[in-house]
Design a protein around this ligand. Structure first.
Ligand code: AMP
Ligand code: ZN
Length: 462
């Protein structure tokens, strides 16, 4: 398997440190709000790496943290409020209630997109002791220093290769560039960052330490939890491209300074998702959730298929039209697979198998892999039983539930009804409810009853 390694700045062979075993650390969600489909694109990247590694018969261990403390609104400058605390105040609930609520929502979203959950999901607030130990170790080694307000900072200049991952070398970083010059008064150098933040008695979620009461910085959480759960050598570390700096740059410095050798063998970053041409952000009102997709009558796996239509390293501009188109492709493939399954099973086609695997091995070239499915579908020379086995095998890597309708009764729609259902789905997506109601009546006249459900329109023919 080959992946683009941010550190190597190119596509490299991924050879696990331990034979037959791939250890992956994935930066997880900060659980103060619903994850949006952009976040899900990044979580899908880890799922794809897992599935492709499993095609190679590797035993994969994925650890993905859940951040319930320490992620500040401005993580570049150690300033702003803690995201979970701020949300708890807004909703009038405890931080624990907020974290539990949004962690459960995160699990539902993963399940809706067939993203397999991590093998271990450490919650930051459960791992304070290893974080404090790690910080103590960094202080003892001269890489970190406590300050009078009970904080501890990492001394960026003590780590010579700081900046190698992101390209942000210390001499080129401008002090406080995101906060118009505001730099923590107690830092020795503007690019140092807080491993531990001293906090006054009024803050919820603080822990006692040798430096007083406080809470951990977000970056140190990932170092401590990854070292504790995966050991000092991690094969692949994933995250969205925005995490490359400062989160991963800082994590790398902390982990390597603590153990005195490289820890992460390959850093893999996924590009961002835009929606209808705009960045996905609360501030622009452009946040799309998995539940929004279902409410518009689409199978959430249509989002997964849309993501697979581009390589993880290219920015995607997703649109509702594309999701609707992907939904129709899914329905078509599931119907074909259902029909092919009625023929006697035949071995998969070796030529197509090889092309499919080569595409995925080549830095997760999912668009090329999907093209193989289209070619199998169109190929008139291979028997249906072989098409069925081929699609079923491919779906183990793609996770699109293509065999879901096998054994179900065929979709006996009267002539013209499929087209009307399609039009109605598009009318609903465009929120043209008058047209949707009219189409429902037209369908009723053909003997097709339509119901709107949480996962889309459902119908039965009489
Ligand atoms: P957060 O919960 O905000 O810490 O983000 C969780 C993950 O989603 C991180 O790996 C981010 O890099 C990633 N992410 C955030 N926004 C997007 C986006 N628009 N597209 C893809 N990934 C994103
Ligand atoms: Zn992280």
């Amino acid at each position: 398997m080959r992946l683009h390694d941010t550190m190597a700045r190119g596509v490299v062979d991924v050879v696990p440190a331990r034979r037959g075993e791939l250890r992956v650390y994935a930066c997880g969600p900060t659980v103060y709000r619903y994850a949006h489909v952009g976040n899900m694109r990044t979580f899908l990247l880890t799922d794809l790496i897992r599935r492709v590694a499993e095609l190679h018969k590797l035993t994969v261990t994925v650890v993905q943290n859940v951040t319930d403390v320490g992620h500040l609104v401005d993580d570049t400058n150690d300033s702003g409020e803690d995201k979970v605390l701020a949300q708890a105040r807004r909703e009038g609930r405890t931080t624990q209630e907020i974290a539990e609520f949004y962690t459960a929502a995160f699990h539902r979203d993963l399940a809706a997109l067939n993203i397999r959950p991590a093998d271990e999901e450490p919650k930051a607030s459960d791992w304070i002791a290893p974080m404090v130990e790690l910080i103590e170790r960094l202080v003892a080694k001269g890489h970190a220093y406590p300050t009078a307000d009970g904080s501890v900072f990492f001394d960026a200049r003590s780590w010579p290769s700081y900046g190698a991952l992101s390209g942000n070398r210390l001499d080129a970083l401008v002090a406080g560039h995101r906060t118009e010059g505001e730099v923590h008064a107690q830092k020795r150098f503007h690019a140092d960052w807080a491993l531990w933040k001293g906090a006054g008695p009024n803050r919820a979620q603080t822990w006692q330490t040798p430096w007083g009461a406080g809470f951990p910085g977000w970056h140190v959480e990932c170092s401590a939890m990854s070292l504790a759960l995966l050991g000092e050598t991690i094969d692949v570390h994933t995250g969205g491209i925005d995490l490359r700096f400062p989160h991963h740059e800082d994590e790398r410095a902390q982990s390597e300074a603590a153990v005195a050798h490289p820890v992460v063998r390959h850093w893999v970053h996924g590009e961002h998702l835009l929606f209808e041409g705009r960045k996905m952000a609360k501030s622009t009102g452009n946040v799309v959730l998995v539940s929004d997709v279902a409410e518009r009558g689409h199978d959430p796996l249509a989002v997964r298929l849309s993501f697979l239509g581009s390589r993880y390293r290219t920015q995607i501009n997703l649109t509702w039209d594309e999701i609707a188109a992907a939904d129709r492709t899914l329905a078509r493939w599931r119907d074909r697979v259902r029909q092919w399954a009625e023929s006697p099973s035949k071995p998969t086609c070796a030529g197509y198998d090889a092309r499919f695997r080569a595409a995925l091995d080549d830095d997760l070239d999912t668009p090329a892999a999907l093209q193989v499915l289209r070619d199998v579908e169109r190929d008139t020379t291979i028997p249906d039983g072989s098409k069925f086995e081929t699609f079923a095998a491919f779906d183990r890597a793609l996770g699109l539930d293509l065999v879901r309708d096998v054994g179900r009764p065929p979709t006996a729609l009267p002539p013209g009804a499929a087209d009307l259902l399609d039009q109605r789905e598009r009318a609903r997506a465009a929120k043209d409810f008058a047209a949707a109601d009219r189409l429902r009546d037209d369908l009723a006249a053909l003997g097709v009853t339509v119901r709107d459900t949480a996962t889309g329109q459902d119908w039965s023919a009489t």
